[in-house]
Design a binder for this molecule. Sequence first.
Ligand code: UD1
Ligand code: CA
Length: 455
Amino acid sequence: MGKPAVVILAAGKGTRMCSELVKVLHPVCGEPMLAPVLRAAHDLKPRRTLVVIGYQAERVREAFPDQDFVIQEPQNGTGHAVLCALEALQGFRGDIIVLSGDIPLLTSSTAGKVLAVHGESQAEMTVLTAMAENPDSYGRMVRNKEGRVIRIVEQRDALEKEKAIREVNTGIYAFRASFLRRFLPTIGRGNAQGEYYLTDLAVLAGKRGTLATNQAEDFLEIRGINTRVDLAEVDRVARTRVITELMLAGVTIIDPAITYIHRGVRIGRDTVIYPNCHIEGRTVIGEGCQIHPGCRIVDTRIGSGVVIKTSCVITECTIENGVRVGPFAHLRPGSRLCRDVSVGNFVEVKKSRLGPGTKANHLTYLGDSVIGRGVNVGCGTITCNYDGVKKHTTTIGDNVFVGSDVQFVAPVAIGDDAVIGAGSTITEDVPPNSLALARSRQVNLEGRGRKKDKG
Ligand code: UD1
Ligand code: CA
């Protein structure tokens, strides 16, 4: 047998999600649920993979710009969806694997097994089934006394005794292309939803004696997402898989049940992730780091030996080796903390570069600034980077000492080795190696304290 073709059904709205967003774009472990289905498909090394889209087709295209799509308009059911794909597969004569875009836990080995059973049994239609604890919302596999499948019945069309059947249709199939071409155009829509059901083909293949089934070992893997309840449960399983892979590769996750790491995040050995951390997007973390409880880190590159203390929010930043951040720091997009920087509690950094060894340990805002190496930024220092219209840059040289409670009114530049006196409002550039004081002198008026003069 030559290479198969894969058809992924993703045109439906997903009414039961009660959402503005098409179902297959709802995220699981940080990526649209269609993404892992596509990966499983690609692992099968098919001749072609076609995704059938319809509802919010443009949004799905945008999310997967390199993918081949077929439009189904209107969405008249899973049988009609496959018919649309068949038109695009003209001349293709091998096997066609049909997957649903709403089954993100599917692995390529399970899909591959369906194809193998299909080939071995020389079937025209092979259905992957599974035993469900709770079969509600799945099509039931109705078998006769001899154990042969005679039909697949949807929940809404099922008789009471059929509803008790626990063997369900997973929505994953292999077909011979010739069988689909011949019989798919003949199915009707006489069911509760008035749709063309792909599952109706089971009756025809059954009568021809060319229907095979294969039972999945693990119901969880084929769990479909129809509602947000399913979404949360599937997400939990997907998350567990990601975290398990990381742990087996040498990352300590203190409590996997309450740690949230997106698929695609990379973390080095001997890094410890404490509970309630959310590590998202394209984040990469090096070796031997500690990420203390309650941090959210998004699209950030972190070197090795870094400590992020409790409750930090870090987005689109670069953090080099040996840096210490937090607790309670907010690092906003475009910030770079060079090696051995220390950023402490209640410090916010935005679009700024802090040179090696620089420290800003308490209650500070650094925005649109370029800060050299070995600088000490005192408590309460802020860059006044915004004049109400434009943002301006603050430049601070190497080895500068900034006293506490300093305001830099940008644009302003401070030379190397300068010292800025505490409480200064710096509006003009400071030359290298100078002491800048920009505050009014202290006045002491004797006898004007709280004790009244009795005389
Ligand atoms: C379907 C099966 C059911 C099976 C279940 C497994 C049918 C009639 N029922 O039911 O037996 O147990 O999957 O998860 O096939 N889609 C389209 N175009 C359409 C309608 C749907 O592309 O016109 C897509 C959807 O976007 C979705 C997939 O097909 O990705 C399945 O559709 P859905 O409505 O979720 O079917 P189920 O009710 O779950
Ligand atoms: Ca479904």
